[in-house]
Design a protein around this ligand. Structure first.
Ligand SMILES: Nc1ncnc2c1ncn2[C@@H]1O[C@H](COP(=O)(O)OP(=O)(O)OP(=O)(O)O)[C@@H](O)[C@H]1O
Length: 259
């Protein structure tokens, strides 16, 4: 079930380095929110704090709050592994488990979560997830072949199938098309548009056209100055950000005058 994320006054540190400062924003359910901005302004760092994945970097930490339907994801008794189960992540480079079969790749998340299922139920879930990821027809006759034998675009859809198999509430995507050709990119964009009916989706993209094609809301991140932390400059409907943004730096960025 799609959920609303509220971020309040979030500062993100790598040890003593303040990478991102003072982000407050609401991410609406059943919509696509795009995060754009020049390299190094903290988009990926921010994205990873939404499912506590940044904690895999030693000494990375946050101050501030991230709430999912009012639950504090950084609360004292909250297990980060559980957070990552509810908030899935798809990365820049497709990363299927290379020696695992297509079937096992999709089932992998469930196994990691220690969910025991009858074979028939697991078969149904794998099929449903692959269908949701628009991959079923292409792989149904080779489910036992390795995931690494698929094309880049197919591998990325396999990773999306793996992410949705565990029924997350939110999907985070960090430049999911940057390693893909235009046709595979279009397949992923179509898929994102379908998936937003059921999920809250946040996507980091460097591709302005992509943000305009698929997102409802866009957040522009920027560095306050070289050596200063990054932060959210402006968040609004995608139409407003790309046609009439409030901030002059947003305007310069979306019109290609820097970054
Ligand atoms: N693991 C890390 N350890 C220390 N500093 C990091 C780490 N990852 C990122 N940073 C720093 O945090 C800042 C934000 O980086 P981040 O990768 O989040 O930016 P970005 O906007 O996603 O950039 P890009 O568009 O190039 O991917 C940068 O100064 C970067 O050097």
């Amino acid at each position: 079930m799609a959920k609303r994320i509220e971020v309040k006054g979030l500062d993100i540190y790598y040890d003593k380095f303040l990478a991102v400062q003072g982000v407050s924003m609401t991410i609406e359910p059943r919509s696509v929110t795009a995060l754009i901005g020049p390299s190094g302004c903290g988009k990926s760092t921010f994205l990873r704090t939404l499912n506590r994945m940044h904690e895999l970097v030693p000494k990375a930490r946050v101050e501030g709050k991230v709430l999912m339907d009012n639950q504090d994801l950084y609360g004292a008794n909250v297990d980060p592994v559980g957070v990552r189960r509810h908030i899935g992540m798809v990365f820049q480079r497709p990363n299927p488990f290379p020696t695992m079969s297509i079937y096992d790749n999709v089932a992998a998340g469930l196994k990691l979560n220690n969910k025991r299922m009858k074979r028939k139920d697991l078969d149904d879930l794998v099929e449903r997830s692959l269908r949701s990821a628009n991959l079923w027809e292409e792989v149904k006759d080779r489910l036992n072949r390795p995931g690494s034998g698929l094309s880049g675009g197919q591998q990325q859809r396999l990773c999306i199938a793996r992410a949705i198999a565990v029924a997350p509430d939110v999907l985070l995507m960090d430049e999911p098309c940057s390693a893909l050709d235009p046709i595979s990119t279009q397949a992923i964009e179509d898929l994102i548009t379908e998936l937003k009916e059921q999920y809250t989706i946040v996507i980091v993209t460097h591709n302005m056209q992509q943000a305009q094609r698929i997102s409802d809301t866009t957040g522009f991140f920027n560095l306050q100055a070289i050596g200063e932390p990054g932060g959210l400059v402006e968040l609004d409907t995608t139409t407003k950000i790309f046609t009439n943004p409030a901030n002059s730096d947003t305007e310069r960025y979306v019109s290609g005058r820097f970054g």
